[in-house]
Design a protein around this ligand. Sequence first.
Ligand SMILES: C[S@@+](CC[C@H](N)C(=O)[O-])C[C@H]1O[C@@H](n2cnc3c(N)ncnc32)[C@H](O)[C@@H]1O
Length: 302
Amino acid sequence: MAHHHHAHGHDEHRHEQGRHDHEHLDWAEMAPLLESQAELFTPLYEHALAWLAKEVTEPGLIVDAGSGPGVISGLFAETFPGARIVAVDGSEPLLERALARAERLGAGDRFATLTGDMPGVLAELDYPADLLWASRSIHHLGDQGAALAACVERLAPGGTLAVMEGGLPSRFLPRDIGFGRPGLKARIDAVEEDRFTRMREELPGSVAQVEDWPALLTAAGLHHTRSRTFLLDLPAPVPDRARAYVVESLTRTRDMLGEHLDPDDRAALDRLVDPDDPASVHHRPDVFVLAAHTVHAGVRPV
Ligand SMILES: C[S@@+](CC[C@H](N)C(=O)[O-])C[C@H]1O[C@@H](n2cnc3c(N)ncnc32)[C@H](O)[C@@H]1O
């Protein structure tokens, strides 16, 4: 998922001219999608949080850095009923959603938000964090090593930094879908990798980095680094909201990356997202969601 852009015809055009793609990332506009997606992925996050909870006991302050609409921040509030939570993000409208969610969960009194550009804004936190979580946000920052160092600086001694980065590309359909050349999603993933590379290259202050997250955490001064991958496994037949996610995801792929696929693959993708086609993901019985996200964690020495 990770890489949300909106589908505007002119974006594609600018892209071709090598302009700055990320300037058109409108996170607030992505809010409903980010939120429904995070809600669908809740079982995965719950497993990740249960894993963290085994080693992070009774944190006083949890910071969700790059929280977006705060679905995971809300899960932190539920998993750690004694903790205060601060959701940090560059997008004020997303943080408003995060706060509203915390209030719905009855955790509004121990929930706060901080708006600003990461990593600099982290310096504005009033207290050091016992647990600092950053899921799929560090990769939006030009210098990921410096961003991790800024996170570590905001950790209390003995505090844990956990970043969710990497994993596996998601799968939604069998390899052979009955038309087109089998293996369409693997070829889409290859195009997506290139788009991700361009996105990173165009970030302000972009620094090329070997994406060895445990090594990066160690370099940022953390000990006891460990990684674990969590699955979202929604087999067919999927509930409507999972199907809606697959429709949205493939429609975005078609609009954003379609031009980079060969004509046969583009035609197959067009069929898959066409609501009038009985073989589309709107109707097929074989749609599933299989996703894998990795969490890398480390502890600041006491
Ligand atoms: C892919 S979303 C991840 C949201 C959430 N953590 C999740 O896993 O569902 C990335 C988030 O990072 C935020 N973000 C990206 N670049 C940022 C920056 N430079 N400063 C602050 N927030 C940023 C975006 O507003 C967005 O909410």
